[in-house]
Design a protein around this ligand. Sequence first.
Ligand SMILES: N[C@H](CCC[C@H](N)C(=O)O)C(=O)O
Length: 279
Amino acid sequence: MKLSFTKMQGCGNSYLYFNCFEQSIKNPSELAIRLSEVHFGVGSDGIILICPSEVADAKMRMFNADGSEGKMCGNGIRCVGKYLYDYGMVDGRTEITVETLSGIKHLTLYPENGKVVQVRVDMGAAILTPSEIPCTLPQQAGTDLTVNGVTYAATAVGMGNPHCVLFQEEDVDGLDLEKIGPDFEHHPAFPERVNTEFINVLGDHELKMRVWERGSGETWACGTGTCAAAVAAVLNGHCPKNEDILVHLRGGDLTICYTDETVWMTGPAVTVCEGTIES
Ligand SMILES: N[C@H](CCC[C@H](N)C(=O)O)C(=O)O
């Protein structure tokens, strides 16, 4: 059976988007594994299904490159917002809602010449209770986490999915993430695995980040991870609450604002191409 997809990216974090208002995907986990692979598939960080919802304009389901289902995806939800607007599925509205496994998210879309270019997302409140992240670390900013005999100051933050944030002195560009990433991802302190963010503080409103994602390896950006990094930067005294923090990722920049009520994320959403595959 032929399936249609649209490849989209947010700061270089790309997924294949399937409109499931018009088609159904029998085994999304298997499809994510097959199509994410760059040599025998299309090449992406996973797939995202855009499905009908009874409580929002659409429902998003995302699957990492290893076939595991993620409960939230920040770069992905911005592209879902763009897809819904650009393909005429929200009647030109620029305030829309998307249902996720981590609740309903509210999006503000910023179109130019009839196509969305930027999206702001109310990502919801940061989760700091260890059992809800989930993790077994104490609820403390910069708590000790030993990985392969090296002890790091780690800050665990949930954004609907688990994150471990590490502030580094040395330039994160020099880190061998292929070598150290899997040991963080599978660390026993994170029973559902974890996305790990490696951060340089460039200023009191500016960070630089690389990320090793649960289920996808190093990606060029992670929206939920960028939110977690900004929250951790505030908790560790590097940045202020209630003010915009600019985060530089390998694939682009995101702006995050951590308030008492929620975490705001603003960034780009880009359509790369459309295609069809045999399922
Ligand atoms: N790997 C993540 C899902 C994708 C998150 C990331 N791509 C984002 O933009 O938030 C997880 O398993 O929790």
